[in-house]
Design a binder for this molecule. Structure first.
Ligand code: ATP
Length: 349
């Protein structure tokens, strides 16, 4: 049982707050992804769980036991980092076996079987005699994975493990990590700033910004019901369109934009909608403005219009043809709109 609890965990250096009051229970066997921009506190959170960093405040429990005072090696968790940290003089077999040797001393015990099983899981069984220098980046990363697997830990902590791989290898290794975590049924906490990785891997995603948890939810919840404008603009590609304006009697208005029936109370509000949820119509749409940019994506055409200082993107049919500067009418169905408080950025409703 490796439920991991963070109870009001904070990390401060002097007056700087790296992680602010992180409070979450990660279920046994859950795949949790910490997502956010550079410097938001993902790695610090992970390092506190691992025992590499002491929390300034709060308590961490693994399997119900407080671990604040336990050394990293006594926490029974395995870490995989973006730098593989393999021993260059040891071959693949010895690298994978290394944590078992540290644990059991020189006794070979059942090391052989464990190394074979772990290496087979990451499809490295044919490379056991090679040194790290004779492997590709993806193969090295898989050695690091096998070295984590072989320990049969209570939990995996992975910090941007794919960031040194090229795009194609990243996709295949991503699938392999998800599969392994499922097969091994081990609680996994995974750090990334890549939203696609987060959406494809996670049972739940924690979105962080400036040390503060912004939202915790399934990938679908985070995408469909972002808690605030930060999450709305961080998740999705292109980012959600966010238009600042005013609501009066339930109707939203901003530059070249009138959307009726959005609800909310009167005052400053931000209207949000995704590029794929809006469409270009012949006339009568709620946004009417000249085309600022037009991108052919192959399966679709992305057009953008400028409303004051804000760029609004709409994904339209691949057969759409127009020139930059032509005025388009954009239909934004009220039911697909998101409404956020104009001051706090918090979701309304
Ligand atoms: P990245 O994606 O760039 O790795 P991150 O979200 O993992 O970013 P952290 O490494 O957790 O971010 O850092 C969070 C904040 O704490 C950053 O602003 C960082 O500069 C700061 N920080 C980290 N370690 C220290 C330290 N030892 N002393 C002071 N500030 C630190």
């Amino acid at each position: 049982m490796a439920e991991i609890q963070l109870r009001n965990v904070s990390k401060r250096w002097g007056s700087f707050v790296g992680v602010d009051n992180f409070d979450l229970t990660i279920a046994d066997k859950e795949f949790l992804v910490l997502l956010g921009p550079s410097g938001c506190g993902k790695t610090t959170t992970m390092r506190m769980i691992a025992g590499l960093e002491d929390p300034t405040d709060g308590e961490i429990l693994i399997g119900g036991n407080p671990v604040n005072d336990l050394e990293p090696k006594d926490r029974d968790i395995a870490m995989v980092f973006q730098s593989y940290a393999l021993y260059p003089n040891m071959n693949v077999y010895e690298n994978i076996r290394f944590p078992l040797r540290v644990r059991d001393g020189g006794k070979k015990a059942d090391h052989d079987a464990k190394v074979m099983r772990a290496s087979a899981m990451v499809e490295l069984d044919e490379f056991l005699h090679r040194k790290p220098a004779e492997l590709s980046g993806g193969q090295r990363q898989r050695v690091a994975l096998a070295r984590a697997i072989v320990r049969e830990p209570n939990a995996f902590l992975m910090d941007e493990p794919l960031s040194n791989l090229d795009a194609k290898l990243r996709v295949s290794t991503r699938a392999q990590i998800r599969n392994l975590s499922h097969e091994l049924s081990v609680t996994t906490i995974y750090v990334t700033h890549d939203q696609i990785e987060a959406m494809t891997l996670a049972d739940r995603v924690v979105v962080m910004e400036k040390g503060v948890v912004q939202q915790v939810g399934s990938p679908t919840e985070i995408y469909d019901k972002p808690a605030n404008t930060f999450v709305a603009s961080f998740i999705g590609n292109p980012a959600m369109n966010l238009i600042e304006g005013n609501v009066s009697n339930g109707n939203f208005s901003a530059t070249s934009t009138e959307v009726a029936g959005v609800g909310g109370s009167d005052g400053k509000m931000t209207l949000g909608f995704r590029a794929e949820d809006a469409s270009v119509v012949d006339s009568g749409g709620q946004i009417n403005a000249p085309i600022y940019a037009l991108e052919l994506l192959g399966d679709a055409v992305m057009i953008s219009v400028r409303l004051g200082g804000t760029l609004v993107s709409v994904r339209t049919d691949k057969s759409f043809r127009a020139e930059i500067g032509d005025t388009v009418s954009i239909s934004v169905p009220t039911e697909i709109c998101h409404l956020f408080d104009g001051q706090t950025g918090e979701r309304i409703g």
